[in-house]
Design a protein around this ligand. Structure first.
Ligand SMILES: *[C@@H]1O[C@H](CO)[C@@H](O)[C@H](O)[C@H]1NC(C)=O
Ligand SMILES: *[C@@H]1O[C@H](CO)[C@@H](O)[C@H](O)[C@H]1NC(C)=O
Ligand SMILES: *[C@@H]1O[C@H](CO)[C@@H](O)[C@H](O)[C@H]1NC(C)=O
Ligand SMILES: *[C@@H]1O[C@H](CO)[C@@H](O)[C@H](O)[C@H]1NC(C)=O
Ligand SMILES: *[C@@H]1O[C@H](CO)[C@@H](O)[C@H](O)[C@H]1NC(C)=O
Length: 462
């Protein structure tokens, strides 16, 4: 907690233009001491609690702010009175605390966008610029969302006073009412509901910077965006898919119903058993990373199971993303697959060693330079296959070229399949150059930019 100690006590003395009345800043009153003049802004008030005074004097404002034992009080524009426990915005000092109080023309009550600031009994206070709370219990930050109507229409179980609003209170309040999403807005509002990603169209996630209002209950935390823009900071207490560690990537959620002989999609248990209380995505990946020969993939399922796979493992059939919905027994904030589904992570360095060398009567010829700019605009194989780019993997490509009656099939840059009858494929390069993932099968390589992964049919067409 940063305690502001260096705010200079400025000497305020201002002679009215008439030269008759002299307004001065009241230096102290009861437990209060003047600590200077700060800039303020309607875009973001230095002190959050506005008090309406019938007769604006410094004394009346300080007496009003003592009620909740506020640390700070400030007067502005001759008649506005604010209380607070934090300097919510770290604006510079102002030379413009020059206006007489509406209720006592001998005293200064701030000025235009300038606050005459007082501190109560030396009570410490914090200074602005909160940070975004990343997680709290099972709750995790989603993002800053720009509103377009009310996405979260409900409230916490027990209403939260605006000046006590924090991320924790809002999350607890939403959980108590049975909701899985909590949203904070305007620094003091809490909304609840059940929403899941992807959000309905019309809803945008926006940069976290837009959700930069300090929480009125704790200026060190941020509680959403401004009134006009309608931006809220969303938290969810549903388990979230853990991000892949460096070097790994998410394959997705796959159907995994062990059938024949109890085999899972990924066949190997890690060599060291992970206790249930330590089952997390990170621990599973780390265990599989050390599983010799099965270090290409790690899969979590049933909340507490970890399985490892070798590079030739095919991921199988994608499941609905929301069927991977079980909390990891070692960290309830993370998804550890589902019942009958496995969330798979892979290591591309290992996984991309995967390419078919034979498929039926087709056999791999290698990886060849196929740069159309060096080749008068033409590819090594002249005929584009009718496969749609997102459906391409090696077997599809060979099948489709075979069906068209061609004896050569080749893939480029992950999503192109070309057919023809090639005789001299040209310059060969190492297979590791053909390192683009197939669009329809990320475990396999499908050529690369300007590199053709070539197969030849070696049987006879029927
Ligand atoms: C607070 O944030 C503002 C705007 O982002 C920045 O200009 C200022 O330097 C920050 N102050 C502190 C004390 O970090
Ligand atoms: C919100 O989600 C929770 C957890 O899935 C569920 O228990 C609750 O019934 C849902 N509420 C509504 C109104 O759908
Ligand atoms: C994966 O395991 C194999 C076999 O033990 C080993 O040769 C290879 O270096 C490992 N790869 C990585 C990236 O750890
Ligand atoms: C290869 O083609 C021959 C006919 O030319 C056929 O008899 C054989 O079964 C094919 N092999 C495979 C693996 O498809
Ligand atoms: C390509 O080669 C195959 C196998 O030799 C042959 O049967 C076929 O007729 C050829 N197709 C074309 C279009 O030349």
């Amino acid at each position: 907690m940063f305690i502001r100690g260096a705010l200079a006590i400025l000497a305020f003395k201002h002679l009215a233009s008439s030269g008759v009345a002299a307004q001065t800043t009241l230096p102290a009153y009861k437990t209060w001491t003047s600590i200077g003049c700060l800039r303020d802004s309607v875009e973001g008030r230095v002190l959050h609690h506005l008090v309406t005074l019938s007769d604006a004097t410094v004394e009346a404002c300080l007496d009003a702010c003592i009620v909740n034992n506020y640390a700070l009080a400030g007067l502005e524009f001759g008649h506005e009175c604010y209380c607070g426990n934090s300097i919510l915005y770290d604006y510079p000092q102002s030379p413009e605390c020059i206006l007489p109080c509406a209720g006592d023309s001998d005293e200064i009550c701030g000025g235009p966008e300038s606050l005459s600031l007082y501190q109560n009994a030396g009570i410490p206070f914090t200074v602005g610029n909160g940070s975004v709370v990343q997680s709290y219990g099972l709750w995790q930050l989603w993002e800053c969302i720009e509103e377009n109507g009310r996405l979260l229409p409900h409230g916490p179980k027990v209403p939260i006073p605006s000046d006590q609003m924090t991320v924790e209170r809002c999350a607890d309040g939403c959980a108590a009412a049975g909701w899985t999403t909590a949203g904070l807005e305007r620094g003091w509002q809490c909304f609840c509901g059940n929403i899941t990603q992807p959000f309905p169209s019309g809803w945008e996630s926006t940069s976290g910077f837009e959700c930069n209002l300090p929480c009125l209950g704790n200026a060190q935390e941020l509680c959403g965006g401004t009134l006009d823009e309608g931006r809220f900071l969303a938290y969810s207490n549903l388990p979230q898919v853990a991000t892949a560690p460096p070097e790994w990537f998410q394959q997705g959620c796959f159907v995994d119903v062990p059938t024949n002989g109890g085999m899972h999609l990924l066949p190997r248990a890690p060599s060291t058993t992970i206790p249930s209380a330590e089952m997390t995505v990170e621990n599973c990946i780390s265990a599989c990373n050390n599983a010799a020969g099965y270090n290409a993939s790690a899969g979590v399922t049933a909340g507490d199971e970890c399985w490892c796979g070798d590079y030739s493992a095919m991921p199988g059939v994608l499941a609905q993303t929301n069927s991977c919905n079980l909390r990891c027994t070692g960290d309830g904030r993370e998804v550890c697959g589902g019942s009958g589904s496995m969330f798979i992570y892979s290591n591309p360095v290992v996984a991309l060693q995967s390419y078919l060398t034979f498929f039926g009567n087709w056999s791999l010829q290698g990886c060849f330079v196929d740069d159309t700019s060096l080749n008068g605009g033409s590819s090594l194989l002249p005929i584009p296959s009718p496969l749609i780019p997102s459906a391409i993997h090696a077997r599809h490509c060979m099948d489709s070229c075979g069906t068209l009656g061609y004896g050569s099939a080749g893939m480029k840059q992950g999503n192109e399949c070309w057919c023809g009858n090639i005789t001299t494929p040209g310059v060969t390069v190492p297979m590791s150059d053909c390192n683009s993932r197939c669009a329809d099968d990320p475990f396999e390589s499908c050529g690369a930019v300007d590199r053709l992964q070539l197969y030849q049919f070696e049987g006879t067409f029927s």
